[in-house]
Design a protein around this ligand. Structure first.
Ligand code: ADP
Length: 216
């Protein structure tokens, strides 16, 4: 099964993606994470990518395609992919279809997390990621404590694009470029809407029920 997680920035795609990975033995492909790794590894290309991300714009499709090529062709990941933050425009959605087709796979469902803009802002501005273990926390809703996080608090990090100005631009980019993809998936009968404003576990219950219904 291959799943696309869809929704505005801060909708909780990463958090729910991690839960799905744990429960259904899938492999999460986050283009945002792949880009952040590239920024750390590759100084020239990394600087270019960082300046685009910090403006809240989309990185070019060519860069994204290069990062994804290895994943599509990896036999270990066959039919086990969950996409977080990809596709982000219609070209990417068409490219995803043709890459999956090439490797004899398809999308099983698109899970659209719906969240109001006001809540998105709070989620993003409070977001902290542990650069040691990768867990995601939120200063307002789910602070890291000694009970839920074993790493030193010094590893908790705020993303450079998680500031008010960039978030506003990211949201605009989402509305203009990404949202039109929804019709593309609706026409293919792949779309499932999910209330992304509930508690993390409640949202995951909804997702679990949808995935279970697809498996039977
Ligand atoms: P969020 O979903 O909260 O915006 P991500 O980590 O998915 O966070 O993405 C961060 C940034 O990385 C985006 O604002 C964009 O600049 C870039 N990015 C991520 N995925 C893509 C993609 N598929 N195509 C183009 N740019 C992307």
């Amino acid at each position: 099964m291959n799943i696309v997680l869809f929704g505005p920035p801060g909708a909780g795609k990463g958090t729910q993606g991690d839960q799905i990975v744990k429960n259904f033995n899938l492999y999460k492909v986050s283009t945002g994470d792949l880009l952040r790794e590239e920024i750390k590894k590759n100084i020239n290309l990394g600087n270019k990518i960082k300046s685009i991300i910090d403006k809240g714009l989309l990185v070019s499709d060519n860069i994204i395609n290069d990062l994804l090529i290895k994943i599509f062709s990896d036999k270990k990941l066959y039919n086990r992919l969950i996409f977080d933050g990809y596709p982000r425009n219609l070209e990417q959605a068409r490219n995803l279809d043709s890459c999956l087709k090439k490797y004899k796979q398809k999308i099983s469902c698109v899970l659209c997390l719906n969240v109001e803009k006001k809540l998105i802002l709070k989620r993003i501005l409070g977001r902290q990621t542990c650069i040691n273990c990768g867990l995601i926390f939120n200063e307002y809703f789910m602070p890291a404590t000694s009970k839920n996080h074993s790493c030193d608090p010094k590893f908790l990090n705020k993303r450079s694009d998680d500031n008010e100005k960039t978030v506003t631009n990211r949201f605009e980019t989402y509305l203009n470029k990404t949202l039109p993809i929804l019709d593309f998936y609706k026409e293919q009968n792949l779309l499932h809407h999910i209330n992304g404003m509930l508690e993390i576990d409640q949202i995951f219950d909804e997702i679990r029920a949808i995935i279970a219904s697809l498996e039977t």
